[in-house]
Structures are given as C-alpha cells and as structure tokens.
Design a protein around this ligand. Structure first.
Ligand code: SF4
Length: 64
C-alpha cells in the first residue's frame, strides 16, 4: 500500500498552511483541525515538501 499522510489533530494549531498548499489533499474538519481527506490527491513528494515539512508544529506524518 502506498504511504498515506495523516494529521495528528491533537497537535494541529489550525494554521492552514497544509490546506493552502495542497487543497486537493487537506481540508479543515468540522472540529477546526486539518485532516487528510484524499491521501492520493497529490504526489508523495509534494505532500512531503509542502505539507509535512511545511507544517509549523510537525504534526503531519506518514502512515505506511
Ligand atoms: S500545517 Fe500543520 S498545524 Fe497547520 S493546519 Fe496543517 S496540520 Fe495543522
């Protein structure tokens, strides 16, 4: 199975960076925290560079 990103919502500060950068993969959930609603919405490299590495609190991780 391909790697899938997931957001640790306990750590997410709702800054919106991942959603602004990759709206095809991340969105705000009803609780106001980010969620990965389409793990296949962008290439792994884009998710790595523009979400995982860009998150200010490093709360986006790979689940394999
Ligand atoms: S970049 Fe990180 S802290 Fe900001 S909304 Fe996305 S998951 Fe939350």
């Amino acid at each position: 199975m391909a790697k899938q990103a997931w957001v640790d919502q306990d750590e997410c500060i709702s800054c919106g960076v991942c959603i602004d950068n990759i709206p095809d993969v991340f969105r705000f959930a009803e609780n106001g925290k980010a969620e990965c609603y389409d793990p296949n919405g962008a290439p792994e490299e884009e998710i790595e560079n523009n979400a995982i590495d860009a998150c200010p609190v490093s709360c986006i991780h790979w689940k394999e």
